[in-house]
Write a protein that binds this ligand. Structure first.
Ligand SMILES: C[S@@+](CC[C@H](N)C(=O)[O-])C[C@H]1O[C@@H](n2cnc3c(N)ncnc32)[C@H](O)[C@@H]1O
Length: 360
C-alpha cells in the first residue's frame, strides 16, 4: 500500500494532535537556539538585574544593537521566558525564571545547555556527511566545545565537589589532605582538578587530555594562579599504560566518548597503586532505550550523542558507544577491568549523572 493510502486510513484527530506536538517541538528548538545567544551575550544576567525596561534601555545597558535585542526579546516573550507589558513597551524577567537561567543560579543555569543545541546546527553539514560515510568528527570540528564543557563542569562537578562528590569516596579527603598523587583522565580545561589542587596543597595533581587548546588553557590558569602542585599534559589516552603511579584517579564525563573505553578503564586500573581509588562520573542513562523514556532530557542527550559523543569516538577509529552507553555498560567495564569493588551512586538533585567509586 502506498504512503498516501496508509495516511488516508490514519486517525486524523491523532494526526492533528501529533502535528501540534511537532509545532511545539519546533518552537522549543528555536527558543533554545536563541537562549544560547542570550546566555553567551550575558542577556539573562543583565535582565535579572534590571527593573521592567524597554528594548532600548536593555540594549543600552548591554551595549548591543536595539533592533536585534527587540527581536530576541520577542522570541523570549513568545517562549514564556520574558514578560511583556504593551502599556509601556517594557520587558520583565521574573526572578523565578532567573533562578534557572542566570550564571550562579540556585537551580543551576539551564541556559548553559542551550549551547549544544545551537552547536548542533553549526555542524549540521559535517554531520550530514557522517551519516553517509559512517565516519566521525574531531574535537576541533566543534567550536567552543571546551568552553561549554568548562561551564558544565562548574555546575555538574565543581559546585558539588567538596560537599557531595568527594564524600562518596570514603577516606579520600583525609588522604588528599595528607598528600597523594591524583590523575584526572580526559580533564578538558581542568576546572575540577584545579579546584582540588587549591584545596589540597599537599597533594600532587596531573591532568591528561587529547586536546591541546584545552590543556593550554588549563596550564595558563595554573600559571596565573601560581599553583605549584598541579600540571596538565596533552596526551592521547588511547592505549594508556602507566604502572602504579597514582593513588586517586578521576574522570568526569570523559570515558564514553573515548576510542576504547574498556581499554582506558583497564589502563586506569593498572595506573593505580595498591589502595587506589577510581572515581568516574558519567551520564547515568540506561543502555536500553526503552528504560530512558523518563530519564531527564533524554532526547537532548541522545541528540548530543548523535552529533558529538558518537562521532568524536568514531573519529578516533573508536567504538562510538555514545552518551547513553548506559550505566550497565560502564559498571560491566569497571568490573571487567579488575577492580575489587565497584559502587554506583546517584546524587540527590542530580539524576542525570552516575558516580562510580571503584577500588583496586
Ligand atoms: C565531555 S569532555 C569532558 C572534559 C572534562 N572532564 C570536563 O568535565 O569538563 C571529554 C574529554 O575527553 C577528552 N578525550 C576524548 N578522547 C580522548 C583521548 N583519546 N585521550 C585523551 N583525552 C580524550 C576530550 O578531549 C574531552 O576534553
Amino acid at each position: 500500500m502506498s504512503v498516501a493510502a496508509e495516511i488516508e486510513k490514519a486517525d486524523m484527530a491523532a494526526a492533528e494532535a501529533f502535528a501540534e506536538n511537532v509545532g511545539g517541538i519546533l518552537n522549543s528548538g528555536a527558543v533554545a537556539v536563541m537562549m544560547s545567544i542570550g546566555h553567551r551575550l550575558g542577556l539573562f544576567d543583565l535582565l535579572a538585574e534590571m527593573p521592567p525596561s524597554t528594548s532600548a534601555a536593555i540594549a543600552g545597558r548591554a551595549q548591543l544593537s536595539e533592533r536585534y535585542i527587540r527581536e530576541w526579546l520577542a522570541v523570549m516573550v513568545m517562549g514564556g521566558i520574558v514578560r511583556y507589558d504593551p502599556a509601556d513597551n517594557s520587558y520583565r524577567f521574573p526572578p523565578e525564571h532567573a533562578a534557572c537561567l542566570t550564571r550562579g543560579a540556585p537551580l543551576g543555569n539551564l541556559a548553559v545547555y542551550a549551547q549544544p543545541v545551537a552547536l548542533m546546527g553549526q555542524i549540521q553539514e559535517r554531520l550530514l556527511a557522517c551519516f553517509e560515510t559512517g565516519q566521525g568528527l574531531a574535537y576541533g570540528d566543534f567550536p567552543c566545545f571546551h568552553e561549554f564543557m568548562e561551564e558544565d563542569s562548574g555546575q555538574t562537578v565543581v559546585a558539588q565537589l567538596f560537599d557531595s562528590v568527594l564524600p562518596l569516596v570514603d577516606g579520600i579527603v583525609e588522604r588528599l589532605e595528607a598528600g597523594i598523587d591524583v590523575l584526572d583522565a580526559g580533564c578538558g580545561r581542568g576546572l575540577a582538578l584545579i579546584e582540588m589542587a587549591r584545596r589540597f596543597p599537599a597533594s600532587r595533581f596531573l591532568g591528561y587530555d587529547l586536546c591541546a587548546d584545552a590543556i593550554e588553557f588549563a596550564n595558563r590558569k595554573v600559571q596565573e594562579e601560581g599553583l605549584a602542585n598541579i600540571r596538565f599534559e596533552k596526551r592521547d589516552l588511547t592505549g594508556y599504560h602507566e604502572k602504579a603511579r597514582f593513588d586517586f584517579i578521576t574522570s568526569f564525563d570523559a570515558v564514553h566518548d573515548q576510542k576504547d573505553p574498556q581499554a582506558l578503564i583497564r589502563g586506569l586500573h593498572g595506573a593505580l597503586r595498591p589502595g587506589g581509588v577510581y572515581l568516574m562520573q558519567d551520564i547515568g542513562g540506561s543502555a536500553k532505550l526503552e528504560n530512558n523514556a523518563d530519564f531527564p532530557m533524554a532526547a537532548m542527550l541522545y541528540a548530543v550523542s548523535c552529533a558529538h559523543c558518537t562521532p568524536v569516538s568514531l573519529g578516533q577509529g573508536g567504538l562510538g558507544l555514545g552518551t547513553m552507553w548506559g550505566w550497565e555498560t560502564a559498571e560491566g567495564m569497571l568490573k571487567e577491568a579488575g577492580f575489587s569493588s565497584v559502587e554506583r551512586n546517584v546524587l540527590p538533585h542530580d539524576p542525570m549523572n552516575v558516580w562510580f567509586v571503584s577500588r583496586v
